[in-house]
Ligand binder design. Structure first.
Ligand code: SF4
Length: 397
């Protein structure tokens, strides 16, 4: 038996990659322990900064562990980990093959049926991987390949298993979730949502992120009709300016974004935005700020643009770093204001909060709540909103 630890950088898909490796190692009888012999670092390459942090994490792990496996998106980016010590293995493989490869390399020992439940609050269940869109700035299709889906049966089985293990919330996860299809069995994402949401014992179901092109009537109906579905949707915007959207190779206009989200005004919409894309001038940036307000977006994940190798815009980066920094700070401040407005509107009302850390949790629409430190982790608690703090809504039982 070996001892191991797993960490990940980046998004929910990276979390789910890391989870698959942990499960494979636990299934083979290895023991999870911080500072163990083996470290797995599941990496991210969405920006230069993400690659830098991934390299740093791998280097640190190499100093503290006997063997290190570098997995995930950045591991598939050519030469991203050149020059690391010899005890580092870079696993440049498709996500579906990575967990088995690492487990095989570590060496299956015994047949301990470990309880592979790693986060007892929420589980990320992958339904799809890869992307066949071609956003001009994006390296993800190069490192994760074309879109492909798991079978609906496999997804629904995994949702059931997670609920049996005690997870209260399941997040359906994918690189481009709306591309999910099980043609043989006649499933699209809307049908999958309805059936996953009907899993006995499941308290909450969320989608990790969905392209606005995929927010169609059928999906909206499924989200509305399924009681377990959380009133939250993360819909990347990237820019609110049509000229920038076209230059990015995005498949929608600002007007489409607004129109598709119209039937979901009661949902908490969060978004990703890239600032400092090559053709983004001040006017375009201000248009993005207006769009975010018009769409009622609360939390914005801001990504300062950085050219990624192998992409159509790899050689373009004309917006100075200082401008990106200023625009990023402006958007983050707007986002904080929008969150505070949403949270304040809840004061006096009630919600069910899923406690996921001491004194913290998330309400039905994925707004963050501050609750009593003694609130049991992994449980839903009924709370009343009494105030708003910088980090979330203050709840009292
Ligand atoms: S939809 Fe665009 S941004 Fe998202 S993973 Fe695919 S190519 Fe990248």
């Amino acid at each position: 038996m070996a001892t191991f630890s797993v960490r990940f950088l980046g998004c929910k898909v990276s979390h789910s990659d890391a989870h698959a490796v942990r499960e494979a190692l636990l299934r083979d009888g290895h023991e999870e322990r911080s500072g163990g012999e083996i470290a797995v670092v599941n990496t991210c390459c969405v920006t230069n900064e993400a690659v830098r942090k991934s390299r740093q994490a791998a280097r640190r792990a190499a100093r503290a562990h006997r063997r290190v496996y570098v997995t995930g998106c950045a591991a598939n980016l050519e030469r991203a980990f050149d020059g690391l010590p010899e005890n580092v293995t870079v696993v440049s493989r498709r996500a579906e093959q990575t967990a088995a490869f690492v487990a095989g390399d570590v060496g299956a020992i015994g047949c301990v049926q470990a309880d592979a439940r790693l986060d007892r609050v929420r589980a990320f269940v992958r339904v799809q991987d890869g992307c066949s869109f071609s956003c001009r700035f994006c390296v993800i299709p190069l490192v994760r390949g074309a879109s492909r889906s798991r079978s609906a049966d496999a997804v629904l089985r995994e949702v059931g298993k997670r609920v049996e293990q005690g997870h209260r919330e399941v997040v359906l996860t994918g690189i481009n979730l709306g591309c999910f299809r099980d043609r043989e069995r006649g499933y699209d994402l809307a049908r999958l949502v309805r059936e996953a949401g009907a899993t006995p014992g499941l308290e909450r179901l969320r989608l990790s992120s969905i392209e606005v092109n995929h927010v169609n009537d059928e999906l909206v109906r499924a989200l509305r009709d399924t009681p377990a579905v959380s009133r939250h949707l993360h819909v990347p915007l990237q820019s609110g300016d049509d000229r920038v959207l076209t230059a990015m190779g995005r498949r929608y206009t600002a007007a489409t974004y607004l129109r598709r989200l119209e039937p979901l005004t009661d949902f908490n919409v969060t978004a990703d935005v890239i600032v400092g894309f090559p053709v983004e001038d001040e006017q375009a940036f201000e248009q993005t700020r207006r769009m975010l307000r018009a769409a009622g977006v609360s939390k914005v994940h801001v990504f300062p643009y950085s050219p990624r190798p192998g992409t159509a815009t790899a050689a373009q980066d004309p917006v100075p770093a200082s401008v990106k920094k200023r625009r990023s700070a402006r958007l983050r401040a707007d986002s904080h204001e929008a969150c505070l407005r949403r949270w304040r509107s809840k004061v006096g009302g009630k919600d069910e909060v899923l406690v996921d850390r001491p004194g913290r949790g998330y309400g039905d629409d994925y707004s963050p709540w501050l609750v009593d430190e003694s609130a049991p982790i992994g449980e839903l608690v009924s709370v009343r909103a009494v105030d708003v703090a910088d980090e979330g809504i203050v709840g009292a039982v």
